[in-house]
Design a protein around this ligand. Structure first.
Ligand code: ATP
Ligand code: MG
Length: 588
């Protein structure tokens, strides 16, 4: 490969054939130039996502294919998306919304959300997307934490979830509502009307690399959600990582199934793909296996980014359904959000003819940090290798606060990242001490436990808060859950530690079954026997409870802390991100 031909600016990534070349490309990348190009010395996420392509005469390319719940299909070109977001930016400016003020959205996956996100960034505002299925309380508390100045929502969601307490938020000045049907509530602005009257021409706010751009709340898997703040410079990592970890290339059709209410749905559901000039597919509807396969087939999706829960639900449905669709356009599949059990990777290979590429990152890291790359072998069950330019390590912090890097392959410790990547969060809003606690020297500590193998691949062990200490063994829930998932009857598994006088803690598992399996004693015996055989008696669950469903966050993560609290009769803690679940069916 001729490295002289490797592009020096954000917009011109080319596909190197292997990881060594990715590394070289990263080193050659001229960050300074990317920051200043066309930006009067600054950098703006929306410029990189939309305007750049229009400037380069690619404005006619479809940017967004929107699929409505009722079967509607709308296509927006890059040029149209620019026009829409410019209208929104003009509207904010006309309303006197100051640079840096927070704009919140409470929208389903509908076109106004995309206009608001990009328009807010253009106008120099901080954008915070909320998940539309949140109840009134989680919405309110997040808007309070984030000093929401503007809210963008639909008239329906506003009436249901915001109107009763709106007047109690002192900072909230403007509420912009779409789908008002000519009946805009008092004190709100009809967004559809206002946008239709706003100008399509807008000069972006000259934001700088360190200007706040996005506020994302974490999933609340291990405790109350934290508001992580990101800056405009993050776009460098967004554009770059989608190219090298998701294999995105200009002209690809790409579907990220995450809702923009979570960091994945914004960083990799909107910004990163647009930076790479791909066509985004957006589905307004909720998860439905048949609909999902139909979208993959009908839209000729090339690259698909989804999550372990969805994959496990598709596995639960079985292989017949997928066989009815022509998924010939699909080239690359990736997963994030939770550990992806090896069983799921293998299933992907069998059913789609390609593996799921697991990758790891957090709300705090702002972008993908570890990945199974297109150009490298996939190791089922592993989170992959650090992205070129990212230095990861396994570390241990002793009681004196001394940090040691563990360099022997297989040693389990905390997964840490060397500071300095562009998309790193710049703070937890109003939680300075907690933010500072995430760092030790020049390392960011992730709170996840992992080990690295001889080939440099990282393997997830568990969150440090969820590790089980049983009779001198440290047991990661993921290992036990993955083994349970190998059993043909198991669709989902969640594993916790419960106190035990002798062992300190013992392993307890909760499983949900695939259709057609009876939750009887016979099955429980077979599950226990399978676990003991594969894991040995010290690590295998002492007890298994069969449930209809496991409690999950709305971003699709198993809430082990809730399983534990319920098991031990403790208060449930913050369950603002909980998706409903159901009670026990059978226990052993
Ligand atoms: P909270 O911090 O509020 O408890 P959360 O950590 O679940 O919630 P996110 O930032 O959405 O919030 O999720 C990041 C976490 O998700 C990681 O720290 C890790 O525990 C888990 N995770 C993400 N991707 C993977 C993966 N590929 N394999 C294993 N775990 C993953
Ligand atoms: Mg977290």
């Amino acid at each position: 490969m001729d490295f002289d031909t490797i592009p020096k600016t954000l917009d011109r990534f080319r596909p190197p054939p292997n990881l060594t070349d990715y590394r070289q490309a990263y080193r050659d990348f001229d960050w300074q130039q990317a920051r200043i190009k066309d930006q009067g010395g600054g950098i703006n996420i929306a410029f990189e996502a939309v305007d750049r392509h229009v400037q380069e005469e690619q404005g006619a390319q479809p940017a967004l294919v929107w699929l409505g719940k009722q079967g509607e299909r709308r296509v927006y070109s890059y040029g149209q998306l620019q026009g829409l977001s410019n209208r929104f930016a003009n509207l904010l400016t006309d309303l006197g919304v100051a640079r840096g003020d927070a704009v919140f959205s409470l929208c389903g996956r509908t076109p106004p959300l995309y206009a608001a996100l990009l328009g807010s960034l253009k106008a120099g505002n901080v954008f915070c997307p909320l998940f539309s299925a949140f109840g009134p309380e989680p919405i309110r508390s997040r808007m309070e934490i984030g000093d929401a100045r503007v809210l963008v929502s639909s008239a329906r969601l506003y009436h249901k979830k915001v109107a009763p307490w709106r007047s109690e938020l002192p900072h909230l000045r403007q509420v912009l509502l779409y789908d008002c049907q000519g009946d805009c509530p008092a004190g709100c602005l009809d967004l559809d009307l206002a946008l239709s009257e706003a100008s399509e021409i807008f000069t972006n706010c000259p934001t700088q690399a360190e200007d706040p751009a996005l506020l994302h709340f974490t999933s609340g898997t291990t405790g109350p959600p934290k508001g992580a703040l990101h800056v405009h410079e993050a776009v460098i990592h967004h554009g770059y990582s989608a190219w090298c970890a998701l294999d995105l290339h200009p002209g690809d059709v790409y579907w990220c199934t995450a809702d923009p209410g979570w960091v994945t749905g914004t960083s990799y559901g909107v910004i990163a793909p647009l930076c790479n000039r791909v066509t985004l597919v957006v589905d307004e509807a909720e998860f439905d296996p048949e609909r999902w396969y139909r979208i993959l087939a009908d839209e000729r999706v090339n690259v698909w980014y989804t999550a372990p829960t969805a994959i496990r639900m598709l596995m639960k449905v079985g292989d017949e359904l997928v066989a009815r669709f022509d998924l010939g356009a699909l080239r690359f599949m990736a997963s994030v959000g939770e550990p992806l059990n090896p069983e799921a990777v293998v299933w992907g290979q069998r059913v789609f003819g390609m593996p799921f590429h697991d990758n790891w990152w957090q709300t705090e890291t702002g972008g993908i940090m570890l990945a199974n790359f297109a150009a490298e072998p996939v190791k089922p069950g592993s989170m992959g290798q650090p992205l070129p330019g990212i230095r990861a390590g396994i570390v241990q912090v002793d009681e004196q606060g001394q940090l040691t890097e563990l360099t022997t392959p297989g040693q389990v410790g905390e997964l840490a990242l060397r500071l300095g990547w562009p998309s790193m969060f710049r703070g937890y809003l109003h939680e300075e001490a907690r933010y500072r606690n995430c760092f030790k020297g020049n390392w960011y500590l992730s709170g996840d436990l992992a080990y690295r193998d001889q080939d440099g691949y990282y393997w997830f062990v568990g969150r440090s808060k969820e590790l089980i200490k049983s009779a001198g063994h440290l047991i990661g829930p993921f290992e036990v859950e993955s083994v349970l998932l190998e059993h043909p009857a198991v669709a989902e598994a969640g594993v916790i530690g419960i106190p035990d006088e002798v062992a300190g803690e013992v392993v307890k598992a909760f499983v949900a079954l695939k259709p057609g399996y009876e939750p009887d004693d016979e099955l429980l015996k077979s599950l226990l026997a399978h676990a003991r055989k594969r894991l040995g008696p010290a690590v295998a669950p002492r007890e298994i409870t069969i449930k209809d469903n496991l409690p999950k966050t709305r971003s699709g993560k198993i809430m082990r802390r809730l399983l534990r609290a319920r098991e031990l009769g403790l208060p449930p803690g913050d369950i603002s991100t909980l998706e409903s679940d159901e009670g026990d069916l059978h226990e052993k």
